[in-house]
Design a protein around this ligand. Sequence first.
Ligand SMILES: Nc1ncnc2c1ncn2[C@@H]1O[C@H](COP(=O)(O)OP(=O)(O)OP(=O)(O)O)[C@@H](O)[C@H]1O
Ligand SMILES: [Mg+2]
Length: 322
Amino acid sequence: MVNTAPARQVVRYERARMYPKQEEALFTPERYAIVEASTKSGKTVGCLVWLHEQAALYGGPGRNYWWIAPIRRVAKIAYRRLKLFLPAGSFESNETEMTITLPNGATIFFLGSENPDTLYGEDVYAAVIDEATRVREESWFAVRTTLTATQGPVRIIGNVKGRRNWAYKLARRAEGGGRENYHYAKLTVWDAVEAGIFPTEEAEDAKEVLPEAVYKELYLAEAAAESEAFFQVEHIGIIDEAPTDLRLARIWDFAVTEEGDAPDPDYTVGVKMGWDGKRTVILDVVSRRASPDKVTKLVEVTVVADGAACDQVIEEDGRRKG
Ligand SMILES: Nc1ncnc2c1ncn2[C@@H]1O[C@H](COP(=O)(O)OP(=O)(O)OP(=O)(O)O)[C@@H](O)[C@H]1O
Ligand SMILES: [Mg+2]
């Protein structure tokens, strides 16, 4: 009898050597692992090993794995690094698509996050978001949807960069514990020094030379106090007279619920601002809680009063329209 079953090939997989804290941060059973980490602490390498392992051990024909970097050019660096790590003949690659396909048929895609709309639509079996604090929240939402059908795991890793970003908020949620799907870890420069991948003198020099706030964020993965304030109050003041020669614009944020129709409806607000190249001046604010027809009336009256010298800016789907 002829055996028509496809030949099975046994491939031995051995994980590249991680330093213990790097391995604990990424190779955890939780679906979401969030890592706030120092520069040069092995974020990219660690995540490349993790994503490749996901694809190699659990992948199959047509299964997609995503590597997301803030921009495509940075994703390309990771793509090249993974190609260099992998033994020749153990994968096929496509330069234009920036994909690596493994013998089991799984494909790793390297993508930039510039355009969140391109990050929808596929079923993704595991993903990495590298430099997460530089990736837009909309892109994270998009990636998250691709992992829904597969219940795929994700590794979110980056430097700390202020507190006003989705990655920071997610890290706080994970750090608090009590959520069984989340794992949080921090890797500082001293962890990298201890692991022998970062020179002690370089870490000491950074501490000495850099402003404390910068050193804290980039090397200790701690948010600096300064980044907390969105508005720096010392830069805000009242002036007697608006400067002349301002470039004028009124920026609108719409809401269309009448007061009384809902417990605490939002306001429609139009802020008229001027810019003289150095300073922004707030010249006028109109605000109303009103139904669509009343809002339209308010806009008409205001636009006429502002005159042609004042641009009107309307936010539509999170994007600006002039
Ligand atoms: N487990 C490890 N064993 C040996 N070397 C490692 C290990 N992890 C990372 N490295 C080396 O440390 C250096 C920094 O690694 P990597 O680029 O992954 O860090 P990073 O945190 O992503 O840095 P960046 O801040 O530039 O994004 C690289 O030269 C890398 O090869
Ligand atoms: Mg990196």
